[in-house]
Design a protein around this ligand. Structure first.
Ligand code: DQA
Length: 141
């Protein structure tokens, strides 16, 4: 059975309540049930933290073990060299995910410091971005 770790960064614990016009009205926990049902042959683990170091620790913990990492680093996408380095430090391929199309938004969201450490990027498809990222990992791993 393939193992994929989903990691959500800061403020994504508020999905469903946070800026629903941009991020939708559904909680991630609710969506995760649907995602797990869509991939019955894949073990999907989920971790969320608002703290950069906790996200790095999670990448270190799972990154030698899983077939892939689906990472929505939230705003740390645009600031964190440490997350870039953590992704480079482990063998698991990562897919960077964004719910919104960051390129249609403020300029400070156009730059990602983690894309270059990822196998691919999915953004702009709402929560479905996560499903597309899981599909991508299944096909490369
Ligand atoms: C986000 C986009 C980021 O710019 C933002 O800081 C987030 C969410 C997204 O999923 O669209 O927190 O990663």
């Amino acid at each position: 059975m393939k193992k994929i770790q989903i990691i959500n960064g800061p403020n994504l614990n508020l999905l469903g309540r946070r800026e629903p016009g941009i991020y939708g009205a559904r909680s991630f926990e609710d969506y995760l049930d649907e995602l797990r049902a869509a991939f019955p042959d894949v073990h999907l683990d989920y971790f969320q933290s608002n703290h950069e170091g906790d996200l790095i620790d999670c990448i270190h913990r799972c990154g030698f073990d899983v077939d892939g990492i689906v990472l929505n680093a939230g705003a740390y996408t645009h600031t964190s060299i440490a997350l870039h380095d953590a992704l480079k430090a482990v063998p698991a391929p990562a897919v960077e995910v964004h719910i919104s199309n960051v390129h249609q938004r403020e300029e400070f969201r156009h730059r990602s410091l983690i894309s270059a450490a990822c196998r691919g990027v999915v953004c702009g498809f709402g929560l479905d971005s996560y499903r597309l990222a899981v599909e991508g990992i299944i096909h490369v791993s």
